[in-house]
Design a binder for this molecule. Structure first.
Ligand code: B12
Length: 406
């Protein structure tokens, strides 16, 4: 055997060891049903409800909302251009409840949305690493080079294990950083960082894989879509990636049977995965891929038994004396409904609209400060995996609101 044949043989053998994270085909009816949950949001064009993540998720899915997509993108452009012009002149002042200046992450999602509009081909911490990574990713898919120092900061964070939240690795943050690194590697926009990028991509993947739970999730149910987006981007030697990803997919599919993916932002991160796509595919979007036209859902979802009255405990220990009250609500009420109901009983709270829904910003007049947030906890000190609008408390359950640092 000549040297070349030996080399080819060795490469072949290595290739055989390297496994890819491939998502097996998902039932198209299920995908359609998930898309139908997004569809009504395409008609919500008010400033508060516009959400660039929805547009990106749909465009990377196997579904399309025809003319609604163009109108949605147009509304995004009008809103973001106005708010950017506004922020240039008003220095990010708030007008009523509406924040004029978009955050780095919202801007990043907007840039991803512009890129996801591949028919026209037209077309940046005092922040979390998630939004920092999202911004680098968004600029990268637009093939806009950022300074090595900017990339270096995110690389350093991953190399030194910084995207952690209260002692735990934030899988979502690691995944977004990994997607940004993958994009930078593919576009070779920062050639000086090539080696560090390659190593950091491997580090992120290993961290995500180590975070797999016995059920199959990476981190938790809601970080799994972004984790899968990241794992799907390339093969890994010596890792049973396909097995690992199958397990994650099965866990996701099981959760889809329940109330798992009601949140529209979560859906927008999941749909690309079910279509074997990641945000990195926005470097070269596949304009020719067929996408099924979404029709509104005809079946009405089963209505909960609304008449049943339940009691939900509400606890705020951050005050002395601590606040504790049993709130009467009807079964199926959200945690937000519980908070509203408690308002008549000496309780007050404030929220701010976000892409994930209403975010609890203040409790009993106490605003969460810089790097603080009002955490939502179950009795055994377990943080809720859903926000106030999505979480449906059970009869007799007590929810604690606790001011913590992040
Ligand atoms: C960073 C982050 C946080 C930070 C936000 C602070 C900050 N200034 O960055 C902190 C640690 C405070 C946080 C808190 C919570 N978070 Co959080 N968070 C994220 C993360 C990693 C990125 C969000 C982001 O920057 N998006 C990009 C920008 C452009 O969008 P944005 O809308 O402008 O971002 C704002 C909102 O997302 C808001 N926010 C952050 N988390 C949550 C959660 C909910 C439910 C809502 C309504 C808003 C919200 O803070 C962002 C910055 O202002 C996402 C991961 C993901 N996959 O999306 C999880 C994520 C959104 N969070 C989640 C959860 C569950 C929570 C908590 C409810 C946890 C708890 N038990 O208390 C709380 C919110 C409680 C409340 N007060 O309402 C889940 C939501 C799942 C779901 N079903 O919707 C996610 C997906 C993480 C996960 N995998 O479990 N979070």
């Amino acid at each position: 055997m000549g040297h070349l044949s030996v080399l080819l043989f060795l490469l072949g053998a290595l290739g055989a060891l390297a496994e890819r994270c491939e998502m097996p085909q998902v039932n198209s009816k299920l995908v359609e049903m998930l898309g139908q949950r997004l569809l009504p949001w395409m008609d919500r064009l008010s400033l508060e409800e516009l959400n660039p993540s929805i547009y990106v998720g749909l465009r990377l899915s196997s579904l399309q909302a025809e003319a609604k997509e163009a109108l949605y993108l147009h509304s995004l452009k009008v809103h973001y251009q106005q708010s950017l012009l506004g922020s240039a002149t008003s220095d990010g002042e708030d007008i009523g409840d509406v924040q004029v200046k978009p955050t780095m992450g919202q801007l990043a999602l907007y840039l991803l949305a512009l890129r996801a509009n591949w028919h026209t081909h037209k077309g940046q911490p005092h922040t979390s690493y998630y939004q920092y990574g999202l911004a680098i990713l968004a600029l990268c898919v637009h093939q806009k080079r950022v300074h090595d120092r900017v990339v270096g900061k995110l690389l350093y964070a991953v190399e030194h294990d910084q995207p952690v939240h209260r002692g735990h690795l934030s899988v979502d943050t690691a995944a977004i950083a990994g997607l940004a690194f993958t994009c930078l590697k593919r576009t070779d926009l920062n050639p000086e960082q090539r080696e560090r990028l390659t190593l950091a991509i491997t580090t992120v993947k290993e961290k995500i894989l180590n975070a797999q739970t016995p059920e199959g999730y990476f981190g938790n149910i809601y970080s799994t879509p972004l984790a899968l987006q990241m794992l799907m981007t390339s093969s890994m030697p010596n890792v049973r990636l396909s097995l690992v990803c199958h397990k994650a997919r099965d866990a996701l599919l099981t959760s889809l049977q329940g109330r798992g993916f009601q949140n529209v932002l979560m859906l927008s991160q999941l749909l690309p995965v079910l279509n074997h796509k990641s945000y990195v595919d926005l470097i070269f979007p596949d304009c020719l891929a067929p996408r099924a036209i979404l029709e509104p859902a005809t079946e009405t979802p089963p209505q909960p038994h609304v008449s049943e009255a339940i009691l939900v405990g509400l606890k705020v220990s951050s005050f002395s004396p601590p606040y504790k009250y049993s709130v009467p609500v009807t079964a199926g009420a959200s945690l937000e409904d519980v908070l509203k109901e408690a308002q008549g009983q000496g309780f007050t709270f404030g929220t701010q609209a976000s892409l994930s829904g209403p975010y609890l910003t203040s409790v009993m007049g106490k605003e969460a400060g810089e790097r603080e947030f009002w955490q939502l906890l179950q009795e055994n000190d377990t943080p809720l995996l859903q926000g106030i609008a999505d979480y449906i408390p059970k009869d007799g359950e007590t929810i604690e609101l606790r001011l913590v640092t992040w």
